[in-house]
Write a protein that binds this ligand. Sequence first.
Ligand SMILES: NC(=O)c1ccc[n+]([C@@H]2O[C@H](COP(=O)([O-])OP(=O)(O)OC[C@H]3O[C@@H](n4cnc5c(N)ncnc54)[C@H](O)[C@@H]3O)[C@@H](O)[C@H]2O)c1
Length: 336
Amino acid sequence: MNVLLTGGLGFIGGHTAISLSRIGHSVYIYDSLINSDKTSIEILNQICDNEIFCQIGDILDTKSLTRFIESNKIDTVIHFAALKSPFESISNPSIYFNNNISGTISLIRAMENNKINSLIFSSSASVYGPPEYNPMDEKHPENPINPYGKSKLLSEKILKDLAKFQDWKIIILRYFNPIGAHKSRIFGEFANEKSNNLLPYLYRVAKGDFEFLSIYGNNFDTGDGTGIRDYIDVMDVADGHIKSLEYMFNNDNYKKDNASIFNLGTGTGVSVLEMIELFEQVTGIEIKYKFEDRRQGDVGICIADPSKAMEYLNWKSKITTEESINNGWNFFKNNC
Ligand SMILES: NC(=O)c1ccc[n+]([C@@H]2O[C@H](COP(=O)([O-])OP(=O)(O)OC[C@H]3O[C@@H](n4cnc5c(N)ncnc54)[C@H](O)[C@@H]3O)[C@@H](O)[C@H]2O)c1
């Protein structure tokens, strides 16, 4: 199939492009470079045997996106393009709502202009908000606490209505905490100072950019007091998209209304201190850290129940956290 990846030069989109290309799909990327770099196109084409096509453009530009879909005879879309920092979204809500929600609406209109109606959407565990129980399944209440999470939930609701009232095929994937890098170690997460995620921060401390790793909160109700998250390798996340495409197009059981949302996580949690220990074991590099006060909105434990994805998509995570750290760190130290 000809698959359009909005935001395909980013961390998760780029890894999904590699996986799609490997199994014979033609990959077309549309990305504004707001959080990525043009050089990623060359890197992706170095890794992939079949050429990956890319146009630089903003999904808010419906006309240009309509033309791109038309001229490349796109069959289906995976929608990664979004701004993704929960903390940044608190200081810039309107930018997040415009990019993430208006961007999704613009994409829908460009798809309607071309009469294509199937889409896989990158959503996030942040739509759940503070966990009422762990592990969280897809029936967990939705109560996002920042504009980023709200922009994801509102986009989900718009897409669900297209499936309900129009003849759209929609799959929503709620990622937990993607980490790692492709095994080639030339494509990964190009972390910058805006990155709030633990692993890129840890890599920057290991590289000497910072003297200490600040750990926000050591009095959560967890074994060692530090926050526990569900870290999932980015190639496993990429595989979740492959399995979703197969399910959407080749499985008679696909039901657009009741089986369209899936968590992508491992089902197990790792605390900040455990992650530091794993990193030290894998790399042999000692990480200095200090404890700081909790940040507003941070929760103690956030773990996925991924059993629905196993049941419907035949998907589960395969890559160990040690392997993810190894690939992620080797990518980071050579490229960032
Ligand atoms: N990485 C995570 O921890 C995580 C967790 C849950 C959900 N997600 C979601 O997964 C998706 C991909 O995340 P990622 O980690 O690859 O992020 P990323 O920032 O690395 O990639 C997003 C890409 O989208 C592009 N983009 C953003 N706005 C655009 C626009 N208006 N028009 C065209 N391109 C645009 C950026 O330039 C970037 O290349 C996002 O929707 C994100 O919200 C990510």
